[in-house]
Design a binder for this molecule. Structure first.
Ligand SMILES: Nc1ncnc2c1ncn2[C@@H]1O[C@H](COP(=O)(O)OP(=O)(O)OP(=O)(O)O)[C@@H](O)[C@H]1O
Ligand SMILES: [Mg+2]
Length: 387
């Protein structure tokens, strides 16, 4: 069945109202129309059921078109509002369109009315459809983000569990083995040189394996992050990176107090690891400078390398999963990651996240972070003030 268009008409002159209805019918529109003359009636009808379209005269004895438009904008902004009026100067017409009117039709040109109504309805339908699609997109984005939080959390917990199990169980078993071997080798007859040598080699293999177990456990989740905090963990990772790659890595920080939020620490640390991995894989750098400081209630980590410099299209490439992961991690805490690159000069990654654990977050400090910066290991600053 064809749906009737529900029209609310604001018009004081019954003869004009008839002419308008006639014009609409003539063009084949099927509609139900309610006519009001006063502000009270207008509000009453709007509150009952918002119409599909509002047609309003401009000048009425007890009510005016501007007020009708303002009320419609407030109560049902999605309903198209068309002025149908005897006269309307161009300036007034432009002003009404600016204020949210969909269109205006002069009573002398009522043949324009039906096409104007149909177009307004079509556009309103498209707007509603777009709004629905955007809302769906927003919802699914939110769901994905929630899923991402959940997965990150599980992943981190799992890493911590495996790291502890590897460290405690394998580590202890190997240490026990080493003690037993030492006990045994002390009881070997002094002349059994081959056995003594074998025991020595075995002992050194056990030492290497203990070292490997320790390394694997630390790579999974550095205990230092949980026990000594972010500054110590970044300091440790920077030193590890330098030792392993030969790329010089300088770390400076200016934090007045510990970052107490464990999840925030993890986010910063994992983002830092990803930037280092990228530097190893892509930068061709010889120097990396790392700064960690607090500014205006935000924790900021800057990692600059002097390599080939990331290109603009690489930064915005949706397939850059590593960069996307860094941005997502920061976004989960209301933060952001800025990446810039200069050809042959290097790449700079700046992570900025509101410090939820800082009593001063939201306050501006106005301090130059570089002034108070200290070099070297002041990790105890963080360690001491933790819980
Ligand atoms: N420090 C850097 N210097 C130069 N180019 C970089 C740097 N970091 C990233 N890039 C460029 O940006 C691209 C995207 O980085 P991203 O971390 O997203 O992906 P990836 O490292 O190639 O793979 P993965 O998803 O395993 O991390 C890289 O492929 C590289 O070309
Ligand atoms: Mg990467």
């Amino acid at each position: 069945m064809k749906k009737h268009i529900r029209i609310l008409m604001v018009e004081d002159d019954p003869a004009d109202a008839e002419l308008i209805k006639h014009a609409l019918r003539k063009d084949g529109l099927s509609f139900v129309l309610e006519r009001v003359e006063t502000g009270e009636d207008y509000l009453r009808v709007l509150a009952k059921t918002p119409p599909d379209v509002i047609l309003s005269d401009y000048a009425l004895p007890t009510f005016d078109g501007y007020a009708a438009l303002a009320i419609a904008q407030k109560n049902c902004p999605e309903v198209p509002f068309i002025f149908v009026t005897g006269t309307m100067g161009e300036e007034v017409a432009i002003e009404t369109l600016k204020n949210g009117a969909t269109d205006y039709v002069l009573k002398l040109r009522l043949s324009r009315l039906a096409p104007a109504v149909l177009r307004a309805l079509r556009e309103a339908g498209e707007r509603a459809e777009r709004k629905r699609a955007l809302e769906q997109l927003r919802q699914s984005h939110e769901q994905l983000r929630a899923l991402s939080v959940y997965l990150q959390h599980i992943r981190e917990e799992e890493r911590m569990r495996i790291s502890r199990a590897v460290h405690d169980e394998l580590g202890q078993a190997l240490t026990g083995l080493k003690i037993d071997l030492s006990w045994l080798s002390h009881r070997l007859p002094p002349q059994s040189n081959r056995l003594i040598e074998k025991a020595r080699v075995m002992s050194s293999h056990i030492d290497e394996t203990i070292e490997t177990v320790r390394r694997i456990s630390t790579e999974l989740r550095p205990g230092i992050l949980d026990h000594l905090g972010l500054v110590a963990a970044i300091d440790w990772q920077a030193t590890e990176f330098q030792t392993r790659t030969g790329i010089q890595c300088r770390f400076a920080h200016a934090l007045d107090q510990a970052v107490l939020d464990e999840n925030l620490n993890t986010a910063f640390f994992r983002i830092f690891q990803e930037t280092l991995t990228n530097i190893i894989r892509h930068a061709g750098a010889t120097l990396v400078e790392v700064d960690l400081y607090e500014e205006a209630g935000r924790l900021i980590l800057e990692v600059r390398d002097n390599g080939r410099g990331i290109r603009r299209e690489q930064i915005s490439n949706v397939k850059s999963i590593g960069l996307l992961g860094m941005r997502e991690r920061a976004a989960l805490f209301g933060g952001e990651v800025r990446i810039t690159g200069t050809p042959k000069k290097g790449t700079s990654v700046t992570v900025s996240i509101p410090n939820r654990s800082s009593p001063r977050s939201n306050k501006r400090t106005h301090e130059n972070p570089y002034r108070r910066r200290s070099r070297g290991s002041t990790a105890w600053l963080e360690a001491d003030s933790r819980r």
